[in-house]
Write a protein that binds this ligand. Structure first.
Ligand code: AMP
Length: 277
């Protein structure tokens, strides 16, 4: 049975009982508006943990754009129905006051890996993520936490945070789930109109070609990728960059794993994607 819990005291009482029985607890942090990408994380957690908590919390602190926060889809009933089919134990869906009660004064800020790309373009975003993820780890006391590679930089930030603060949780990064045409699933895709939705897969297609060109040692692959994305109808490209896969610093040589990461605007929606090189 899947229960919905809104307060931390109740959640912790339940989790302490599980832990006393020696059960491994997994958590999947989400902001709701669930799709198959989220469900793949919940299924991975179910496969590896005796107990699974999915958190649904649209975290105001990680939105640098108030309009984006306002427009963020909220579909709790449908989300709960999907999570019941997966068989998660708990949906933890707290109200903002439960997470940030009055007087809340702490910010968890990761430097280095959190600074470039999304960190530079969305000021405060990763502080919000690191703060809420730290809290969710504390509130759920989970042994394992499941994050998507879709948000590659976020995954690296969370791994850094967990190492730096000795948080006793094992972070698992799960593969990006895509639509049949290659578009990475995202709650924001619902805001694309029909024309933009048809153009959206061009980002991943161009990135795949660029990754191949980089592997082949071709010069100008990233510039060509940006041009291709714009020619496909995107309004603007914020970045298409090749980076060290774990530090997100400059890509130096091909010895260490590299990642191609991109953010681009289409029909008023900001899409991000990343692939290995
Ligand atoms: P969000 O609700 O957007 O905060 O995402 C919650 C979690 O789901 C994050 O760890 C995301 O990386 C992950 N996620 C989102 N989209 C996908 C996807 N298409 N494939 C795999 N994981 C995803």
């Amino acid at each position: 049975m899947t229960v919905i819990i809104r307060n931390v005291v109740e959640l912790r009482a339940l989790v302490l009982g599980w832990k006393a029985a020696g059960e491994v607890v997994g958590v999947v942090p989400t902001m709701g508006a669930l799709h198959d990408g989220h469900l793949s994380l919940a299924r991975a957690a179910k496969a590896e943990c005796e107990r699974v908590i999915v958190t649904i919390f649209v975290n105001p602190k990680q939105f640098n754009n108030p309009d984006d926060l306002k427009k963020y889809p909220r579909t709790e009933e449908a989300d709960a129905a999907l999570l019941r089919t997966v068989g998660v134990d708990v949906i933890f869906a707290p109200l903002p006051d439960e997470v940030y009660p009055s007087g809340f004064a702490t910010v968890v800020s990761v430097s280095g890996v959190a600074e470039p790309l999304e960190g530079a373009l969305r000021p405060g975003h990763f502080d919000g993520v690191a703060t809420v993820v730290s809290k969710l780890f504390g509130m759920t006391m989970a042994d394992r936490a499941y994050f998507g590679q879709k948000d590659w930089q976020q995954l690296q930030v969370v791994k850094r945070l967990v190492r730096d603060l000795n948080i006793p949780v094992w972070v698992v990064g799960c593969e990006t789930i895509r639509e049949a045409d290659g578009l990475a699933m995202s709650s924001r895709n619902a805001r694309l109109d029909a024309v933009a939705r048809a153009q959206a897969p061009a980002l991943y297609a161009a990135m795949m070609r660029a990754a191949q060109a980089v592997r082949g040692g071709q010069a100008g692959a990233l510039e060509a990728c940006a041009a291709e994305v714009l020619a496909a109808g995107f309004d603007s490209v914020e970045y298409i960059e090749l980076r060290d896969a774990s530090t997100l610093g400059p890509a130096e040589g091909m010895e260490r794993p590299l990642r191609l990461l991109a953010a681009a605007w289409l029909g008023g929606v900001r899409l991000i994607d990343n692939i290995p090189v």
